[in-house]
Design a protein around this ligand. Structure first.
Ligand SMILES: Nc1ncnc2c1ncn2[C@@H]1O[C@H](COP(=O)(O)OP(=O)(O)OP(=O)(O)O)[C@@H](O)[C@H]1O
Ligand SMILES: [Mg+2]
Length: 344
């Protein structure tokens, strides 16, 4: 293969685009990647940069690079892209400029996610820490001597610690779920074994006098999966239903089967979720404004965990909701028996 053709192929395969502009501002070479990133048309090679609708930031940068021996580096946003562009004057042919351009949209997006994550965690920790500091100071300032008040403050500190511990545990669980390569969990999990997980929420359900209804047919096949993880999903959904349903409301947990899939539904008669909030509810730390205002309502991690667990089971989770009427989460998971007979 001739060297020029080999070089052209290497450039085409590279994520970094390359552009060569001569001393008269005429584009002498442009890889397809450079044309794409810089929004230049295919016939741009042979044209002056100023005449082919090039971005004014590129034109300015070429002028800067042409008058220095240093590498000039710029970042800019173009259409939906975040570009990182480096340019350097070259002395052959003539006094031209060589430009490398890289699309950094994905990297920037990941950086933003990391920053958001850290600021979310810090925010979630700061609120209970501040509350605990105030309570400890109040105790030291004299409330220790007042038995009932002291008892109340210590109880509240205990609750804050419990919530922070829960958040840290959820975060560790999320990071374990995200880091693992998931083999498909392979136990036969009877649906009734999942319902047991709801028992832990009984005190909350009874306190709010919520009517909990089960609608699970006897002949429902087991689910193919991991019992502990699936119990966690159902507990998260029912816990949310309890939190966001007012006293004496109804929560229905139903199961049905269809085409090798077991569908679990958790329906409540609670506050509901606004339709423009629905696409965001599975994001880490996302909470509706109304729930954000309430203290001690959780960190917004439960549904993110549920989504990960369901995906690891090759299942789906979706939500239907109407403000003021209630919410239904639907989890569809592969049935164990159907999968076995299909692969037999
Ligand atoms: N059944 C529901 N009814 C109304 N809003 C809900 C319901 N389930 C979830 N939400 C909304 O979605 C948000 C995210 O739920 P998620 O379970 O992820 O977090 P959380 O319950 O706030 O905290 P955590 O689960 O970490 O204790 C909730 O804060 C709430 O605003
Ligand atoms: Mg929750």
């Amino acid at each position: 293969m001739p060297l020029a053709q080999a070089l052209a192929e290497v450039l085409e395969g590279s994520e970094e685009g390359l552009l060569l502009v001569d001393e008269d501002g005429v584009i002498r070479f442009a890889s397809a990647t450079a044309l794409r990133h810089l929004d230049l048309r295919d016939g741009a090679v042979g044209c002056a940069v100023t005449e082919c609708h090039a971005d004014f930031r590129l034109v300015r940068m070429l002028a800067a690079a042409g008058s220095t021996d240093e590498v000039v580096e710029r970042h800019w946003t173009s259409a939906d892209r975040e570009l990182s562009v480096r340019a350097r004057g070259v002395s052959r042919p003539g006094r031209g400029v060589l430009v490398w351009v890289r699309n950094e949209t994905r990297v920037r997006h990941l950086e933003k996610m990391r920053r958001d994550f850290i600021s979310n965690v810090s925010h979630e920790l700061r609120t209970p820490l501040a509350a605990m500091r105030v309570m400890a100071e109040t105790l030291l300032a004299g409330a220790l001597e007042d038995g009932p008040a002291a008892q109340e403050f210590v109880n509240r500190i205990g609750l804050e610690v419990e919530q922070m511990t829960q958040m840290v545990e959820e975060l560790l669980e999320l990071s374990a779920l995200e880091g693992e390569q998931h083999p498909m969990p392979d136990e036969a999990v009877p649906v009734v074994d999942l319902l047991i997980a709801i028992d832990r929420l009984r005190p909350l359900i009874d306190e709010k006098q919520i009517n909990l209804v089960f609608d699970v047919p006897d002949d429902i096949p087991p689910i193919r999966g991991d019992v502990a993880h699936l119990q966690h999903v159902l507990r998260n959904l029912v816990h949310n239903a309890v939190k966001f349903t007012s006293a004496r409301g109804t929560i229905t947990v139903a199961a049905a089967t269809c085409d090798g899939t077991v569908e679990l539904r958790c329906t409540d008669t609670g506050v509901g979720i606004r339709s423009d909030d629905l696409p965001r509810i599975f994001e880490r730390f996302w909470k509706a404004d109304s729930s954000r205002r309430r203290d001690g309502e959780g960190s917004g991690l439960g549904l993110a965990i549920a989504r990960h667990v369901v995906a690891a089971h090759h299942g789906t989770i979706r939500v239907e909701s109407e403000v003021g009427r209630g919410t239904t989460f639907v989890v569809a998971l592969p049935a164990w028996i159907e999968v076995r007979s299909a692969t037999a």
